[in-house]
Design a protein around this ligand. Structure first.
Ligand code: GLN
Length: 196
């Protein structure tokens, strides 16, 4: 059975665990470097990226997660998780994990509308997919190997860079499992490559 970790320092952890289990995989709560062992994939949930960064430092997880990424393990960042993955954050000198070839901007959908829900059509995933945005970032620029999967108001809100999937919104806050299923397919492909 595939083992998918969910970084469990802060944010929407349980919701991701529920979706992973509903799709027949084993979900592991990741709170220390020890928990990263033997993971086939890792989800970085939404929350507050600066707080999550402090916790990543405190629990000495930054380098172990970078090492896992360097080993090719697929990672899925939602909202603050996307900010953690990005190689560049607008207005900041240094990134957090800095592994996914995108530039992100925080809180980019306006202050007066803190959160909203829309239905989106997502390339390779499906139509009418509910997307909940909560003080969401967006992808300002993406490297040449990055595949843009969805846009909202002309802004990139879901993209894939090889082993990395990054999303501005929160698929885990809906009953729709299609985006998590897409990620689990990425994990399955990577795991098959390792096995054969
Ligand atoms: N605005 C948050 C940040 O910059 C992200 C919000 C979220 O994850 N829902 O970290």
């Amino acid at each position: 059975m595939l083992k998918i970790g969910v970084l469990a320092l802060q944010g929407a952890v349980r919701e991701h665990i529920r979706q992973i289990e509903e799709l027949g995989c084993r979900a592991i709560s990741v709170k220390s470097a020890e928990d990263l062992k033997e993971l086939n994939g890792l989800v970085l949930p939404g929350g507050e990226s600066t707080t999550m960064r402090k916790l990543l430092d405190r629990y000495e997880l930054l380098e172990p997660i970078r090492a896992l990424a360097a080993g090719g393990v697929p990672m899925f960042g939602t909202c603050a998780g996307l900010i953690l993955l990005a190689t560049e954050i607008v207005g900041y000198d240094t990134p957090h994990l800095g592994v996914m070839d995108v530039v992100v901007e925080r809180n980019s959908f306006g202050r007066q509308v803190d959160s909203f829900e829309v239905e989106m059509s997502i390339s390779g995933v499906g139509e009418d997919i509910p997307a909940v945005f909560i003080r969401a970032p967006h992808i300002v620029a993406a490297g040449e190997n990055v595949e843009v999967l969805a846009k909202h108001e002309e802004r990139i809100v879901l993209a894939r860079d090889g082993q990395f999937l990054g999303c501005s919104f929160h698929p885990e806050l809906t009953e729709d499992l299609r985006i998590m299923k897409y990620f689990i397919e990425m994990v399955r492909e990577h795991t098959n490559v390792l096995v054969h």
